[in-house]
Write a protein that binds this ligand. Structure first.
Ligand code: NI
Length: 208
């Protein structure tokens, strides 16, 4: 059973990959339709308005495919940055590039953990987290840029695996996090939009 399949263009054959990004099968469009996860865009009542910026940054399409392609694009873009540049901050008090990537991995794990609980029907109110308090406890300068990129990629691959195996009815389940309603599929969009937000920030503020 392939863990992740993508269709490069409508009408073409799809390609399936396992978790190590190794191509393991080709499928035609008919089979693809059967395996494809149809995760619709979340309604606005499925997430706090705070997240609407992130959700709106996600293009139309299969969110699982979008998250997978984002992993490839993000890894490629970050890998082009030199180790020396990793500790660069564009202004005093701003996070370094390494800290932004560390934050991306933290956020990915927290959001996918929320996704699991909510998709399984868990109605326990989930706590928020203070990203600045988290950052104060860890010195990402001690890690290489490459280590941090690989850690983010590991977290994203775990998200992709969770998504690939999630039953369809899990996606529309809604729970509560940080005192607001939140659905599993909204979390998938928030994860994607949040990463896009920070990657755009790196390109704009750190790589000029
Ligand atoms: Ni963030």
């Amino acid at each position: 059973m392939p863990l992740f399949c993508m269709l490069r263009r409508t009408g073409e054959r799809g390609t399936c990959y396992n978790l190590l990004n190794i191509r393991i099968a080709d499928i035609d469009e008919n089979l693809w339709q059967g395996e494809k996860s149809m995760i619709g865009r979340p309604q606005t009542e499925e997430y706090n308005v705070y997240y609407s910026t992130y959700v709106s940054m996600v293009p139309e399409g299969d969110i699982a495919q979008i998250l997978r392609e984002q992993l490839e694009e993000t890894t490629a873009a970050l890998s082009a940055i030199s180790e020396e540049r990793g500790d660069y901050r564009y202004a005093p008090g701003k996070w370094s590039i390494k800290q932004v990537i560390g934050h991306l991995a933290d956020n990915e794990r927290i959001m996918s953990y929320r996704m699991l609980r909510i998709a399984r029907g868990d109605q326990t109110p989930l706590p928020g987290y203070d990203q600045n308090a988290y950052m104060a406890t860890v010195d990402f300068a001690e890690n290489s840029l490459r280590e941090l990129i690989e850690d983010f990629a590991a977290a994203r691959k775990s998200t992709l695996s969770l998504i690939a195996l999630l039953p369809g009815d899990g996606w529309v389940r809604t729970g509560s996090a940080n005192n607001s309603p939140l659905s599993a599929r909204a979390l998938a969009y928030i994860i994607a939009g949040h990463a896009t937000h920070h990657l755009n920030g790196i390109k704009t503020n750190y790589l000029k």
